[in-house]
Design a protein around this ligand. Sequence first.
Ligand code: PLP
Length: 390
Amino acid sequence: MDVDRVAARVRGVELSGIRVIFDMAAKMPDVIRLEAGEPDFKTPQHICEAAQKAMKEGRTRYTTSRGIPELRAAIASKAKKENNIDADPDEEIVVTAGGSCAVYLAINTVVEEGDEVLIPDPTWPHYEACVKLAGGRPLTYPLKEELGFSFDIDEIKKMITDRTKMIVVATPSNPTGGVIPLKDLKALADVAINHDILILSDEVYEKIVYDGEKHYSIASLSGMKDRCITVNSFSKTYAMTGWRLGYAIAPKDIATNMAKLNLFVNSCPSSVSQEAGLAALTGPQDDVVMMLNEYSKRRRVIVDGLSRIEGFTINPPKGAFYAFPKISKLNYSSWDLCMLLLKEGRVATVPGSAFGACGEGYIRISYANSVEKIKEAISRIEETLSKIRR
Ligand SMILES: Cc1ncc(COP(=O)(O)O)c(C=O)c1O
């Protein structure tokens, strides 16, 4: 293929390391797949039934690019009750094809050529790619294990220039499992207000927190609603990754223009998925509780198992469904270790370096898999590492 036919801005973004491992693992037999970031549960039955009903009744046409009013109303009431965010469903909510699309629309709506966007490191690779595609400059601030994978606000302050347009915060975090404490969100809010900066807050793992940990939305803090774009999704909370449904809550000017962009990208989110999302928000939440209890059990199994393996150190993650053990004692780069574990141990994991330079020295292991598979994966990892020590 003639590479020059492809626009430089698209050539300038790379496929994420997660995808590379995923593709390799998919071609190999008998691999335990702990690289993917998606729940292994089925979408709850009542949600599927709502979608089937919508299909049977012919609710299969284009909707508005903001999403159906009933779903926006349900999102507004959820946001008020659970996140303490007061959003106007007609003007401040946009339903999107997953949280990924919400992030893309948000960044492309506000970032001008040359604008600087501060993003966490390590983090989900999507923000960096979207900032680059929008012509902006992604700059990373470190998340530190000794701070529970939160940030040092002074390091963020030092990075601010007159081109800083936006700061991205993601809590709970992929890949670290860290949950940003309220005091740090307050410090970040002060910085955003003092320097007139927007915040993109990715909260797609909000429901997956352990040991009484509490999730806070930065948009609920005083003076923040008008400068926050809060991104959320049905993918992780309701095991709905394939339905492609998420949303953003944003100030009116930004939401209106995100909806405009949504029209050009997607026309609208899938009508059937929106009906399913409505049932998810308004129906029973027992499955959400059941999934959290399961993740919680698996988390204990993986943390105990990895702690026993020489060379790994791990603090129990506070949220999401990823273990992010430190591997620096093993004298392998994170990429080389993941290749070894995949090729010799038949366990697929993701190198920390796929999430940014600060991810080097760690690997991400998803525990959205059965206890049985997790136990088997731990034995395989142990066995592989003991072979190289012999
Ligand atoms: C932090 C984070 N935000 C957003 C998403 C997007 O998920 P979706 O587009 O399925 O809603 C992901 C997916 O892995 C994620 O890890």
